[in-house]
Design a protein around this ligand. Structure first.
Ligand code: NAP
Length: 321
């Protein structure tokens, strides 16, 4: 199997064998840390012709079935799509500003996957436009172990035509590769919305486990029931969506004041279990604030109104299509 000119094949296991050569496309992954390794492995597994580059060579040792470039410019020279997975965007600039890299990327797709702020991706968009690079932003909502899973979510933002051009390759990374819109900060914002779900639910799970353990109960049954809890949360969130879209919270399944009473009981129970109460205190504070704004008799979906009131600057809304 011949590779991009001058590049050696990483063949510790002599295993470069694309599983589906007909779909293999030349791609590069720059930044082979924990996430970059998972991205490269998923692309190799899907049968793409992958060239990797990392600043420190030792990270590349366990990666087989791909080409290893000596420099970043070598890696992206023949790639149709270049994924970057550095710690952050400043590190990404450090590499892209190496001699010849911008020239090698011109007219090709560049997909930076590092976590970033909206301001940073706007700045990166200006850099890409000035450099003639086709920029599709990506933000990852899973850990490396989930890359390639059918339920894995990666948010994308940028021109729809560019997304469609590279989508077949993106599907190897995440079954739910999702274009959040043509606004370049769409992926970042989607990722922050995901993080609010992720932090609230994972901290809730850990709080529940600590409570049972402190109360002297076995946590195995609790963890066995987590999928059922998530099903319930899913069903509840679908009813939230309908109410938020309609702007009507009067079809009450669980009133905000009822949830507040439950949060107070939780606070008492956790205090009795000898635990610190920061978690339940925060819940009570949020709900009390929403009740004080007059939402107590409405469904607890009306919390969305209370959260929105805090905003001082209206955000532009992109109309789909
Ligand atoms: N890990 C996760 O669960 C996860 C989930 C979602 C999003 N992310 C995002 O993915 C990105 C990468 O995370 P990670 O977990 O893969 O981090 P990591 O394991 O620490 O890898 C960081 C990578 O960036 C490279 N790097 C850092 N500064 C550099 C510079 N100035 N020049 C060249 N290379 C540089 C490192 O190269 P060296 O090996 O040479 O140091 C390494 O390849 C981050 O933005 C993170 O927020 C990670």
């Amino acid at each position: 199997m011949s590779g991009p000119e001058g590049l050696r094949l990483n063949t510790e296991e002599q295993c470069y064998m694309p599983s589906s050569p007909t779909i293999g496309r030349p791609v590069a992954v720059l930044g082979i840390g924990s996430m970059g390794t998972a991205i490269a492995k998923a692309l190799i597994e899907a049968g793409h012709h992958v060239t990797v580059w990392n600043r420190s060579r030792e990270r590349l040792a366990g990666l087989t079935g791909c080409f290893v470039a000596e420099t970043a410019v070598e890696a992206c020279r023949d790639a149709e799509i270049t994924f970057t997975c550095f710690s952050n965007l400043p590190a990404t600039y450090d590499v892209l500003k190496q001699p010849g890299v911008v020239g090698a990327l011109q007219g090709k797709a560049l997909v930076p996957m590092s976590t970033a702020t909206p301001d940073e991706v706007h700045g990166f968009q200006r850099f890409a436009q000035a450099s003639g690079i086709d920029y599709l932003d990506a933000k990852i909502a899973v850990t490396p172990a989930q890359i390639g899973a059918p339920t894995a979510v990666i948010f994308f933002a940028g021109p729809q035509a560019l997304f469609l051009r590279v989508e077949p390759v993106l599907r190897a990374l995440a079954g739910r590769a999702t274009l959040m819109g043509q606004r370049i900060d769409g992926a970042v914002l989607g990722d922050f919305a995901f993080l609010s779900v992720y932090f609230a639910s994972t901290i809730g799970i850990l709080h529940g486990a600590a409570f049972l353990r402190n109360s002297g109960l076995n946590i195995e049954q609790f963890f066995g029931l987590i999928p059922c809890f998530l099903d319930e949360i899913n069903a509840r969130s679908q009813s939230f969506r309908k109410m938020i879209v309609a702007g009507d919270y009067t079809d009450v399944q669980s009133a905000l004041k009822t949830d507040l009473a439950g949060a107070r009981l939780l606070a008492n129970a956790t205090a009795n279990a000898g635990m610190q109460n920061l978690f339940s205190d925060a819940l009570i504070e949020l709900m009390q604030d929403a009740v004080a704004q007059g939402h107590g008799d409405l469904d607890s979906a009306a919390m969305v109104q209370a959260f929105s009131k805090i905003m001082s600057t209206p955000q532009p809304v992109e109309v789909p299509g």
